[in-house]
Write a protein that binds this ligand. Structure first.
Ligand code: DAH
Length: 347
């Protein structure tokens, strides 16, 4: 047993440590040299056979070699661990790493609100009807008592197509289409996309959404309308039982004009921001204008094949975009159409 043997062991071990390509190979080298029955282990055992005067010195050198090899093994292990992390990011597949969750997105706030509105009216016996986005002049205007030369047509900023049809500027033609095929009693809502030649600003888009409503029966009155709409807004803005505004009027009706209703009114909602005290959201009035409505004009019933001497009804139209802006306190309509996920993810 020579000191030079130790030198040889050290050199060979270092070379094998250098060549180890992964942790398993490195472990193999560690065992081969440092285990009790490994090469260095055997060397320590054989120390007892050395003459006493050499034993101490050789033992010291052997200990030194052992320490160096342990350090070299440790260092190499760290290097290999770093390499493993880097290569995991390209072709190395580590099945124990947590997976990457795919983004599945969610429904647009308008879709969510449309469903909520449908749910509320559904509990009051209203059916949902989907009408078409491209309409003829007849359904869009004439049948709704807006003849060709009527100034009310100007208010709609309609986008006409080459064949004379148009992109519907409101959901009201859905009323006529439904009544053509269904006799009263009837209750429907018609949610849908509408179009107008409007310039884009914080409260206008050329593409927007409305929800139309129609109830026709033998004895329908404005009182029925007020009850249904009051209940709708109470639920939509969570003002039902126990809410702050439970005991005060939720809506008010103001006389207005629409060719397809007589009488006609605008529906104002008690400001959701200040509950009627007056604030910047309601321009100090305590009320927010939210809806056009009225008692269905006899001409509209007649044009739709319903006998106005037997049936009466109310109708209304509400902007979904506007309701969404009020409910969520959004001051720019463009946010709903921008596709910015930071905005959309909040709903
Ligand atoms: N269609 C009207 C608009 O877009 C809203 C409207 C008002 C609808 C009165 C109605 C109604 O059904 O009765 O401005």
């Amino acid at each position: 047993m020579q000191d030079s043997d130790l030198e040889k062991i050290k050199n060979e071990a270092n070379e094998e440590i250098n060549n180890a390509g992964n942790q398993a190979e490195l472990l193999f080298v560690r065992k081969k040299y440092l285990d009790n029955d490994g090469i260095l282990g055997q060397f320590f055992k054989s120390l007892s056979q050395l003459p006493k005067e050499r034993r101490g010195r050789t033992g010291m050198i052997a200990n030194e070699v052992k320490k160096n090899l342990a350090a070299a093994l440790e260092k190499k292990s760290e290097i290999l661990a770093e390499v493993a992390v880097v290569s995991a990011s390209d072709d190395f597949f580590d099945p124990t790493l947590p997976g990457i969750c795919p983004k599945i997105g969610h429904l647009h706030p308008f879709t969510l609100l449309e469903r909520e509105i449908a749910e509320i009216f559904g509990t009051m016996g209203f059916e949902i009807m989907e009408s078409r986005e491209i309409e003829t002049e007849w359904y869009n205007f004439d049948a709704l008592n807006v003849p060709k030369d009527h100034p009310a047509r100007d208010a709609f900023d309609t986008l006409f197509l080459e064949d004379g049809s148009c992109l519907r500027p409101h959901t009201s033609p859905g009323q006529v289409r439904y009544m053509e095929n269904h006799q009263p009693p009837l209750r429907i809502i018609v949610p849908g996309r509408c179009f107008r030649r409007d310039a884009v600003d914080a409260s206008h888009m050329p593409n927007f959404y409305q929800v139309e409503g129609l109830m026709v029966d033998e004895d329908v009155s404005v009182a029925n309308f007020k009850a249904v709409i009051d209940e709708f807004f109470k639920r939509f803005f969570n003002r039902s039982e126990g809410g702050a505004a439970e005991h005060i009027d939720n809506i008010r009706l103001r006389p207005s004009f629409f060719p397809f209703t007589e009488p006609s009114f605008e529906v104002d909602l008690r400001c959701v921001n200040c509950a009627g005290k007056g604030c910047s959201a309601c321009k100090g009035t305590g009320w927010m204008e939210v809806m056009g409505a009225g008692m269905v004009h006899p001409c509209v019933l007649k044009n739709s094949g319903v006998d106005p001497d037997l049936w009466r009804g109310f109708a209304f139209g509400v902007g979904l975009d506007r309701l969404a802006m009020i409910k969520y306190k959004i001051n720019d309509i463009r946010l709903f159409y921008g596709g910015d996920q930071r905005f959309l993810n909040q709903f």
